[in-house]
Design a protein around this ligand. Structure first.
Ligand SMILES: Cc1cc2nc3c(=O)[nH]c(=O)nc-3n(C[C@H](O)[C@H](O)[C@H](O)COP(=O)(O)O)c2cc1C
Length: 275
């Protein structure tokens, strides 16, 4: 019999903390179920919005025409290809100490292109990117907490992959402190040149896969961050994935509503400290 995901989820949500321990813990069972693909058997794919003929959601979150935008330099993969790919893989490590140098806009442009850049114009409700994604759904937005990037004021920005631009979201006072707070007080989150903050917009994936969307969203997030690690190595910068963060503070920092869009992953980036 198929695992009753909804009934178990409800039990977990309504149970007290003490019931979550032990081998029969419903939270564990639910978590392990999430890692499997058994859910596919329980989804009626004929009832997904895609198969019901609903228009696909936009490939990027809409940006008001009047919003302030910053053009990014054209991404030029050749420009940054300073080290062989195998060297980048071999050198890659989680770096939590950063120098005080500014990132250039060209470098930031390269990192954004490497992680979420488009490889052609959107067509038919999807767009191919530098990273793979289940069903080409790419259910993410990229926000940046910018601290030290040449040509950019400190503040929160969102990447617009279709136009390869940034749009300014807010300029909160004490942005470093707020970013550290959003990262559960992991100080390195506010000490680089900029911190990548990825949100998920699950509907982009649910539109095609229904309840089978969630595992592949999590898998997709990994590809993005790995490309950031490798791209950082190519520009003598470093990064470190952050999955331990304060959900509400992180959502508030980027202005995500916490339901249709919420933070899923973070990664500070900074120039490597001189060895
Ligand atoms: C999904 C994920 C979440 C992580 N979250 C954190 C984090 O919140 N804080 C942190 O300091 N490191 C975090 N890391 C970095 C790991 O600790 C690091 O990758 C691991 O220790 C192996 O080291 P290496 O990346 O240098 O090979 C995370 C890594 C991954 C892949």
């Amino acid at each position: 019999m198929a695992y009753d995901y909804q009934a178990e989820a409800w039990k977990v949500m309504t149970s007290g903390r003490t019931q979550r321990r032990g081998s029969g813990c419903p939270m564990k069972k639910q978590g392990r179920y999430f890692l499997k693909d058994s859910i596919r058997r329980t989804v009626d794919f004929s009832m997904t919005d895609q198969n019901k003929g609903v228009e696909p959601p936009p490939v990027q979150k809409p940006c008001p025409q009047e919003a302030a935008r910053v053009d990014l330099p054209e991404p030029d993969p050749g420009w940054q290809g300073k080290i062989p790919l195998a060297d980048a893989m071999a050198r890659r490590e989680s770096r939590r100490k950063y120098g005080k140098e500014y990132l250039s806009l060209e470098e930031l442009s390269f990192l954004l292109w490497a992680t979420q850049g488009l490889k052609g114009a959107p067509s038919g409700g999807h767009a191919f990117r530098t990273v793979p994604s289940a069903g080409c759904r790419h259910a993410f937005e990229t926000y940046l907490a910018v601290f030290r990037v040449k040509g950019l004021e400190k503040g929160i920005y969102r990447y617009l992959p279709v136009e390869h631009q940034l749009t300014a979201i807010s300029r909160p006072a004490g942005i470093e402190r707020l970013t550290i707070g959003a990262a559960l007080n992991q100080k390195f989150a506010g000490s680089g040149a900029a911190t990548f903050i990825w949100t998920s917009i699950p509907y982009r994936m649910e539109w095609r896969y229904g309840e089978a969307a969630y595992k592949v969203i999590a898998l997709d997030a990994g590809h993005i961050c790995q490309n950031l690690y490798l791209a950082c190595e190519a520009i003598e910068a470093g990064t470190c994935a952050i999955a331990a963060y304060d959900q509400e503070k992180a959502d508030a920092l980027v202005g995500a509503d916490g339901e249709e869009e919420f933070v899923i992953y973070m990664a500070p980036v900074g120039k490597r400290e001189p060895q």
